[in-house]
Design a protein around this ligand. Structure first.
Ligand SMILES: Cc1cc2nc3c(=O)[nH]c(=O)nc-3n(C[C@H](O)[C@H](O)[C@H](O)COP(=O)(O)O)c2cc1C
Length: 164
């Protein structure tokens, strides 16, 4: 329906195949998602991108992926845009972008670091997130009260700054 309405290139899909959020865990998601990504490739090769969450994140906790991997999706969807999210640090993001060719997405650290791209670019320490504030309503905390690191607005290289 979306593809018909706005065109394939403006549509994408996010696949969270390893998570157990809302009790959705599979014992082995690989066969089903192999089929799904193959069908997407056949029917909608011009989809803007596929976005995957990594098996290192389950229910918001970083854990050992124990051999689980999205590489089978990378193989099927090869040469097209794949965004990967889940527990990335700056170093890990650089390593995966370089070795796997993924576009890296950040979730929680973006909430506590609205200037995240600049901080990553300049290797400035990140403000830790506070999960208890994520869903705060109003202007008190969480995503509505975003500390911006002023030094990151400068174009000089700095290693650390205190959020204001
Ligand atoms: C406040 C909040 C809301 C989120 N909402 C969604 C959502 O609606 N759909 C979804 O697929 N993921 C959602 N996520 C998961 C993130 O998109 C991301 O996959 C997850 O936080 C792992 O990436 P990270 O380790 O960089 O945070 C949410 C995460 C947070 C913190």
């Amino acid at each position: 329906m979306l593809v018909k309405a706005i065109g394939t290139s403006k549509v994408s899909i996010r696949l969270s195949l390893w998570d157990n959020f809302n009790e959705m865990q599979h014992d082995d998601p690989v066969p089903q998602y192999t089929y799904l990504v193959n069908r997407i490739s056949e029917l909608y090769p011009g989809l803007a991108y596929i976005h995957v969450t990594e098996p290192r994140i389950v229910n918001f906790e970083v854990q050992d992926p124990k051999g689980k991997s999205n590489d089978f999706i990378r193989e099927i969807w090869s040469l097209r845009s794949l965004i990967s999210a889940g527990g990335y640090t700056r170093d890990l993001a650089i390593e995966w972008a370089d070795t796997k060719g993924d576009i890296i997405a950040f979730g929680r650290t973006f909430i506590s670091n609205p200037d995240l791209p600049r901080r990553l670019e300049q290797n400035i320490a990140l403000t830790p997130y506070d999960r208890s504030t994520f869903y705060d309503v109003g202007w008190r905390q969480g995503i509505y009260r975003l500390p911006i690191c002023m030094i990151s607005l400068l174009t000089v290289d700095v290693e650390f700054c205190t959020p204001v």
